[in-house]
Design a protein around this ligand. Structure first.
Ligand code: GLU
Length: 511
């Protein structure tokens, strides 16, 4: 263990976790494990207005599904408990007071209506209103009012906020592991609210106080937080605390590279943006998830790891242990990474190929049971072995190989036209008679018997096999016929030949 490395994933439970958020959690996890550090989950729920029921549970289950585990969290506990900010509420006032007393923050009494008016006025003259070094000198706050008046208003319970006093005319110099040195002039910053008279801190105050108290060494988070970094650095300076190191991860972009991949893009672009399915508690609207779409968690994690980070080699397949060994923040790029839904399927295919036939057969068994189909594990293992090359997901084995479990109900018209000749019924009957005598009904014996029978009778292989496939499968698809017959068995093969001849005959009469 390395007690010096402590990282945290700090989601706000305002809805389901987007895959960008999962990637942030993953990079924190890889970094912590690589350095023998500690991985912390902290729930940042100070913005009660944006609280969404079920979101916290959703975030926790999603990360568990991905194999991302925490050493300290609301459920595991830890030396800095509680790990949910609303449970830490009483703790923040003293830090707000500390800043007030040191002159780094001030009380402001401007009502939301007054601020809205100022915003509107600014808009009318094509400007934007900011609460900053210029405007704060003319507004209702403890910088412009006399101390007795301020005390009286607070005593009377008049609502207020505490704002950070951005220092005038200086530069904030920041070091980011991914972006290098970033310099920002303080005139571009506004006096953000840190604390409210209802006793709730805002994100900025709670985040800095908790990162300090929880001894966070590295803050690894999304690029969307980069604009907050100057304020965060100034807060550390105001408190006189050592700041952690920062790493702001590149954005995940839409597949065409045009803009950030957002929560709304998901199903609209034909792929999920959430790890697990999510049902909106207000509207009842369902958004699809990677788990429910048939992705393996290890394939999903492998794909996400490579969106922004690269190992510097050609290797693409990494299990979690390999990711931990190979990962470094230095190999995370600055540029946004385009999400590639096809590549995501490719990853799942690669993982599917590497799973044992027995394991896949077990998943297939559950899937078939949901459709009311009972099948032997031994038979399913054979089906899996025959079809896994052709599919990206276990459920596609059903789409590709339904005929292994159910006799065809219809026969492809196009194939009948092309492959079913006048003499086909007689030839198929004779073939069935021959097959009856094949005792060991395995692929090799079936193939040998058919080959000999073709030779003796002088039939062409193509014509016979195409017609036979039509009877067994109902269409011109599927793996090698002897393999299919051996899996479904002699009895079922003969039944399909007999019934198929009749059914095609009827289908032709009726058409
Ligand atoms: N609560 C913030 C979020 O929802 C955390 C940002 C950070 O990691 O500082 O993303």
């Amino acid at each position: 263990m390395n007690p010096k490395i402590r990282v945290r994933f700090a989601p706000s439970p305002t809805g389901p976790l987007h895959i960008g958020g999962v990637r942030t959690a993953l990079y924190n996890f890889l970094f912590a494990r690589k350095h023998g550090g500690t991985m912390i989950l902290r729930i940042e729920d100070t913005d009660q207005g944006r609280f969404v029921p079920g979101a916290e549970e959703y975030i926790i289950s999603s990360l568990a599904w991905c194999g991302i585990h925490f050493d300290e969290s609301i459920s595991v506990g830890g030396p800095h408990a509680p790990y949910r900010q609303s449970d830490r509420k009483p703790l923040y006032k003293q830090y707000s007071d500390l800043l007030l007393n040191a002159g780094h923050a001030y009380y402001a009494f401007d009502t939301p209506e007054e601020l809205e008016m100022l915003r509107k006025e600014a808009e009318e003259s094509k400007q934007t209103f900011t609460y900053n070094a210029v405007t704060r000198k003319k507004l209702r706050n403890s910088l412009t009012m006399n101390p007795q008046e301020v005390e009286k208003m607070i005593g009377e319970g008049i609502p207020f906020v505490v704002r950070f006093l951005i220092p005038e005319n200086t530069e904030v110099v920041m070091e980011d592991i991914i972006r290098g040195k970033v310099v920002v002039k303080t005139e571009t910053l506004d006096d953000k609210v840190l604390y409210k008279s209802d006793g709730m801190p805002t994100y900025h105050l709670a985040n800095i106080v908790d990162d300090h108290l929880m001894e966070i060494s590295h803050v690894i988070r999304g690029e969307e937080w980069l604009p907050s970094l100057p304020l965060h650095i100034l807060l550390y300076q105001a408190f006189g605390w050592e700041a952690p190191q920062f790493a702001h991860l590149p954005l995940l972009l839409k597949p065409d590279g045009n803009g950030k991949l957002s929560k709304r893009d998901g199903d609209r672009l034909g792929f999920p943006v959430f790890p697990l399915q999510w049902v909106d508690p207000k509207t009842g609207e369902t958004s699809s998830g990677y788990r429910e779409s048939g992705y393996f968690p290890d394939a999903f994690v492998n794909m996400l790891a490579l969106l922004g980070w690269n190992p510097g080699t050609e290797q693409e397949l990494f299990n979690m242990e390999e990711l931990i060994t190979a990962f470094s923040l230095e190999r995370v790029g600055k540029a946004g990474s385009k999400f590639d839904p096809e590549k995501t399927k490719w990853f799942n295919h690669q993982y599917l190929l590497r799973k044992s036939d027995e394991e896949l057969a077990l998943s297939l068994k559950t899937l078939l049971a949901d459709k009311g189909i009972e099948a032997e594990l031994k038979q399913l293992t054979k089906v899996v072995a025959l079809l896994k090359d052709r599919v990206n997901f276990v459920h596609e084995i059903w789409n590709e190989g339904q005929f292994f479990f159910e006799a065809p109900l219809t026969y492809d018209e196009q194939v009948i036209k092309k492959r079913w000749k006048d003499d086909s019924p007689a030839i198929m009957q004779s073939l069935a008679l021959m097959l009856q005598d094949v005792h060991d009904f395995n692929p090799e014996s079936i193939d040998a018997a058919i080959k000999q029978w073709l030779e003796v009778n002088g039939f062409g292989m193509g014509a016979v096999m195409n017609a036979l496939r039509l009877l067994l499968v109902g269409a011109a698809k599927g793996p090698h016929l002897a393999d299919i017959m051996s899996v479904i068995g002699k009895e079922e093969s003969l039944r399909r030949i007999k019934n198929g001849i009749e059914a095609i005959n009827n289908q032709q009469i009726n058409s």
